[in-house]
Design a protein around this ligand. Structure first.
Ligand code: DX5
Ligand code: ZN
Length: 246
């Protein structure tokens, strides 16, 4: 059956695994940058599994954030939790070796931001990091058709990229379900990450749609008690229903 026809017939029952495989990834975009190391340590102590590192270039997206020097500074602290670099930049390839050298474990990029998607995936792998493809809300999943099995992570944006603190776009739940089905049918070890607008009150539905990696910026860093917030998110994830039907 052609790859994308399989999306159209997603009428099968889907088991949402209840395992410790669910990762909460605070996005440091909403951290206090004047105390970045301390903030990262605090979210790790509070239960973070991954540190999400948003790179914006004022070109691909209308905002400007942090680069390899900050990534390297965090890596040097040896926090023991992987750094998940999300490149919202155009072009991509010149930055890949710099972030890999700076200690990024995962490097995700947007398919429309590079001329040669497959080459960029290979470059990330060759540099020693794990490649991911990131999809904006209106970007179709066609770039996965010949690349899925080369990826470690698929990142679905549930807001338009560029800023923290935006509202979750509900139409993305179906997109997450579609990607989940593709992953299950092809290579279940690929992670399905969702980024944007995740809060304690909607994270359960994102889990039920099939995500296993949950980026949360403002919901964590703008809360008073990181530990309580992350515990509450984990509880909501764990309360997701075991079986759902697309
Ligand atoms: C947006 C970034 C997100 C952002 C999420 O372009 O990719 O990672 O930090 O922030 P919240 O969780 O506040 O929507
Ligand atoms: Zn991000």
């Amino acid at each position: 059956m052609p790859f994308f026809d399989s999306i159209a017939i997603l009428k099968h029952r889907k088991v949402i695994a209840m395992t410790n495989n669910d990762w909460i990834a605070p996005s440091i975009l909403s951290a206090d940058f004047s105390r970045l190391g301390e903030e990262v340590q605090q979210v790790i102590d509070a239960g973070a599994n991954l540190i999400h590192f948003d790179v914006m270039d004022n070109h691909y997206v209308p905002n400007l954030t942090i680069g390899p020097l900050v990534c390297e500074a965090l890596s040097r602290r040896n926090f023991g939790v992987p750094l998940d670099v999300h490149l919202m930049t155009r072009p991509v390839d010149t930055l890949v070796p710099l972030f890999a050298k700076a200690g990024a474990a995962y490097i995700s990029f947007h398919p429309e931001a590079t001329d040669h998607i497959d080459r960029t995936i290979d470059l990330i792998r060759q540099c020693g990091a794990k490649p991911g493809l990131a999809f904006n809300p209106a970007t179709p999943l066609s770039a996965l058709e010949y690349t899925l099995n080369k990826l470690d992570i698929v990142l679905i944006m549930s807001v338009n990229p560029g800023f923290g603190g935006q509202s979750f776009i509900p139409e993305m739940l179906q997109k997450i379900r579609n990607v989940h089905s593709l992953i299950i049918q092809n290579n279940p070890s690929i992670r399905l990450e969702v980024d944007g607008g995740l809060k304690t009150d909607n994270i359960r539905s994102v889990k039920e749609a099939g995500a296993d990696t949950f980026v949360a910026g403002s919901a964590v860093f703008h809360s008073k008690d990181y530990k309580q917030t992350i515990a509450c998110m984990r509880e909501s994830i764990n309360s997701a229903t075991r079986t759902s039907i697309d």
